[in-house]
Design a protein around this ligand. Sequence first.
Ligand code: IMP
Ligand code: MG
Length: 176
Amino acid sequence: MEERIGEILIDSRQIQSRVAELARRIETDYKDVTCLLVGILKGAFIFMGDLARNIHSPAEFDFMAVSSYGTRSKTSGVVRIIKDLDIDITGRHVLIVEDIVDTGLTLKYLMANLEARGPASLEVCAFLNKMVPQRVEIPVKYEGFRIEDVFVVGYGLDYGEKYRNLPYIATLECGV
Ligand code: IMP
Ligand code: MG
Protein backbone atom coordinates (compact mmCIF):
# COMPACT_ATOMS: atom_id res chain seq x y z
CA MET A 1 0.00 0.00 0.00
CA GLU A 2 1.36 3.40 -0.99
CA GLU A 3 0.90 6.37 1.25
CA ARG A 4 1.45 10.03 0.54
CA ILE A 5 1.30 13.38 2.24
CA GLY A 6 -2.21 14.84 2.32
CA GLU A 7 -3.35 18.21 3.55
CA ILE A 8 -1.05 20.52 5.51
CA LEU A 9 -2.88 21.09 8.80
CA ILE A 10 -0.32 23.32 10.52
CA ASP A 11 2.34 25.15 8.54
CA SER A 12 5.80 25.99 9.69
CA ARG A 13 5.03 29.67 10.43
CA GLN A 14 2.12 28.70 12.69
CA ILE A 15 4.35 26.14 14.41
CA GLN A 16 7.18 28.60 15.07
CA SER A 17 4.90 31.27 16.49
CA ARG A 18 3.09 28.80 18.76
CA VAL A 19 6.36 27.29 20.01
CA ALA A 20 7.62 30.79 20.87
CA GLU A 21 4.40 31.44 22.85
CA LEU A 22 4.78 28.18 24.78
CA ALA A 23 8.41 29.02 25.54
CA ARG A 24 7.38 32.45 26.94
CA ARG A 25 4.87 30.74 29.24
CA ILE A 26 7.41 28.16 30.38
CA GLU A 27 9.97 30.90 31.09
CA THR A 28 7.44 32.79 33.19
CA ASP A 29 6.18 29.77 35.10
CA TYR A 30 9.69 28.50 35.91
CA LYS A 31 11.32 31.89 36.52
CA ASP A 32 12.42 31.03 40.07
CA VAL A 33 13.55 27.45 39.46
CA THR A 34 15.53 25.54 36.86
CA CYS A 35 13.22 23.52 34.67
CA LEU A 36 14.32 20.08 33.51
CA LEU A 37 12.75 19.35 30.15
CA VAL A 38 12.41 15.64 29.42
CA GLY A 39 11.93 14.93 25.73
CA ILE A 40 10.33 11.67 24.69
CA LEU A 41 12.20 10.16 21.76
CA LYS A 42 11.97 9.95 18.98
CA GLY A 43 8.87 11.97 18.18
CA ALA A 44 9.66 14.99 20.37
CA PHE A 45 13.18 15.65 19.08
CA ILE A 46 12.33 18.54 16.78
CA PHE A 47 9.80 20.14 19.14
CA MET A 48 12.33 19.89 21.97
CA GLY A 49 14.99 21.57 19.83
CA ASP A 50 12.72 24.45 18.86
CA LEU A 51 11.47 24.89 22.43
CA ALA A 52 15.06 24.88 23.72
CA ARG A 53 16.10 27.66 21.34
CA ASN A 54 13.13 29.76 22.42
CA ILE A 55 13.60 29.43 26.18
CA HIS A 56 15.95 32.23 27.18
CA SER A 57 16.37 31.31 30.84
CA PRO A 58 18.33 28.55 32.61
CA ALA A 59 16.95 25.13 31.70
CA GLU A 60 18.29 21.59 31.50
CA PHE A 61 17.48 18.86 29.04
CA ASP A 62 17.32 15.10 29.11
CA PHE A 63 15.68 12.43 27.00
CA MET A 64 13.87 9.15 27.39
CA ALA A 65 13.08 6.70 24.66
CA VAL A 66 10.03 4.53 25.00
CA SER A 67 8.33 2.03 22.82
CA SER A 68 4.78 0.91 23.15
CA TYR A 69 3.82 -2.60 22.32
CA GLY A 70 1.21 -2.70 19.61
CA THR A 71 0.84 -2.13 15.92
CA ARG A 72 2.29 0.78 13.99
CA SER A 73 -0.45 3.26 14.84
CA LYS A 74 -2.23 1.73 17.85
CA THR A 75 -0.83 1.88 21.36
CA SER A 76 -1.47 -1.04 23.67
CA GLY A 77 -0.76 0.83 26.89
CA VAL A 78 2.21 -1.34 27.77
CA VAL A 79 5.26 0.87 27.54
CA ARG A 80 8.87 -0.23 27.56
CA ILE A 81 11.69 2.15 28.46
CA ILE A 82 14.39 1.83 25.79
CA LYS A 83 16.55 4.63 27.14
CA ASP A 84 16.13 5.99 30.65
CA LEU A 85 17.04 9.46 31.92
CA ASP A 86 20.68 10.28 32.69
CA ILE A 87 19.69 12.82 35.35
CA ASP A 88 18.26 11.99 38.78
CA ILE A 89 14.96 13.91 38.90
CA THR A 90 14.43 13.74 42.68
CA GLY A 91 13.44 17.24 43.82
CA ARG A 92 13.61 18.59 40.26
CA HIS A 93 10.98 20.56 38.36
CA VAL A 94 10.30 18.23 35.47
CA LEU A 95 8.47 19.11 32.27
CA ILE A 96 7.73 16.18 29.96
CA VAL A 97 7.93 17.19 26.30
CA GLU A 98 5.87 14.95 24.01
CA ASP A 99 5.07 15.09 20.32
CA ILE A 100 1.41 14.06 20.53
CA VAL A 101 -1.14 12.77 23.01
CA ASP A 102 -3.35 10.23 21.30
CA THR A 103 -4.93 7.62 23.60
CA GLY A 104 -2.95 9.11 26.49
CA LEU A 105 -1.67 5.69 27.53
CA THR A 106 2.01 6.45 26.95
CA LEU A 107 1.86 9.60 29.06
CA LYS A 108 -0.20 7.93 31.75
CA TYR A 109 2.55 5.36 32.15
CA LEU A 110 5.36 7.91 31.92
CA MET A 111 3.80 10.25 34.46
CA ALA A 112 3.35 7.46 37.00
CA ASN A 113 6.90 6.27 36.36
CA LEU A 114 8.46 9.72 36.77
CA GLU A 115 6.22 10.72 39.70
CA ALA A 116 7.52 7.69 41.60
CA ARG A 117 11.04 9.17 41.44
CA GLY A 118 10.00 12.11 43.63
CA PRO A 119 10.26 15.21 41.43
CA ALA A 120 9.39 18.59 43.01
CA SER A 121 6.85 19.08 40.20
CA LEU A 122 5.79 17.24 37.07
CA GLU A 123 3.98 18.82 34.12
CA VAL A 124 3.31 17.97 30.49
CA CYS A 125 4.02 19.95 27.35
CA ALA A 126 2.58 18.29 24.24
CA PHE A 127 2.93 19.71 20.76
CA LEU A 128 -0.32 18.09 19.58
CA ASN A 129 -3.36 17.01 21.53
CA LYS A 130 -5.54 14.66 19.54
CA MET A 131 -9.23 14.78 20.30
CA VAL A 132 -9.99 11.08 20.51
CA PRO A 133 -13.04 9.67 22.25
CA GLN A 134 -12.64 7.50 25.37
CA ARG A 135 -9.11 8.44 26.07
CA VAL A 136 -7.19 8.58 29.31
CA GLU A 137 -7.35 12.07 30.80
CA ILE A 138 -3.89 13.65 30.80
CA PRO A 139 -3.33 17.11 32.29
CA VAL A 140 -1.56 18.82 29.39
CA LYS A 141 -0.48 22.15 30.89
CA TYR A 142 1.28 23.39 27.75
CA GLU A 143 -0.51 22.42 24.55
CA GLY A 144 0.66 23.37 21.08
CA PHE A 145 -2.38 22.57 18.98
CA ARG A 146 -5.55 20.52 19.23
CA ILE A 147 -6.26 18.33 16.23
CA GLU A 148 -9.02 16.03 15.13
CA ASP A 149 -8.66 12.26 15.39
CA VAL A 150 -6.61 11.86 12.20
CA PHE A 151 -3.17 10.36 11.65
CA VAL A 152 -0.58 13.07 11.06
CA VAL A 153 3.11 13.21 10.20
CA GLY A 154 5.89 15.78 10.21
CA TYR A 155 7.67 17.91 12.81
CA GLY A 156 9.05 14.77 14.47
CA LEU A 157 6.04 12.54 13.90
CA ASP A 158 6.53 9.52 11.69
CA TYR A 159 4.82 6.84 9.72
CA GLY A 160 7.12 3.82 9.65
CA GLU A 161 10.06 6.15 10.51
CA LYS A 162 9.36 8.38 7.51
CA TYR A 163 8.32 12.05 7.34
CA ARG A 164 9.79 13.14 10.70
CA ASN A 165 11.79 15.87 8.93
CA LEU A 166 8.84 17.67 7.35
CA PRO A 167 8.74 21.23 8.76
CA TYR A 168 4.91 21.14 8.95
CA ILE A 169 2.13 18.85 10.20
CA ALA A 170 0.24 17.05 7.46
CA THR A 171 -2.29 14.27 7.17
CA LEU A 172 -1.34 11.01 5.53
CA GLU A 173 -3.33 9.60 2.66
CA CYS A 174 -3.30 5.91 2.01
CA GLY A 175 -3.78 4.81 -1.57
CA VAL A 176 -4.07 1.29 -2.98
P1 IMP B 1 -0.71 7.34 22.95
O1 IMP B 1 -0.09 6.44 23.99
O2 IMP B 1 -1.85 6.69 22.24
O3 IMP B 1 -1.08 8.71 23.48
O4 IMP B 1 0.34 7.46 21.80
C1 IMP B 1 1.33 8.37 21.78
C2 IMP B 1 2.35 8.00 20.73
O5 IMP B 1 1.76 7.39 19.56
C3 IMP B 1 2.98 9.28 20.24
O6 IMP B 1 4.10 9.62 21.05
C4 IMP B 1 3.31 8.96 18.82
O7 IMP B 1 4.58 8.35 18.76
C5 IMP B 1 2.28 7.95 18.39
N1 IMP B 1 1.19 8.61 17.60
C6 IMP B 1 -0.08 8.83 18.01
N2 IMP B 1 -0.79 9.45 17.07
C7 IMP B 1 0.07 9.68 16.03
C8 IMP B 1 -0.08 10.31 14.74
O8 IMP B 1 -1.14 10.84 14.36
N3 IMP B 1 1.02 10.33 13.96
C9 IMP B 1 2.22 9.78 14.34
N4 IMP B 1 2.40 9.18 15.53
C10 IMP B 1 1.32 9.12 16.37
MG1 MG C 1 6.19 7.65 18.25
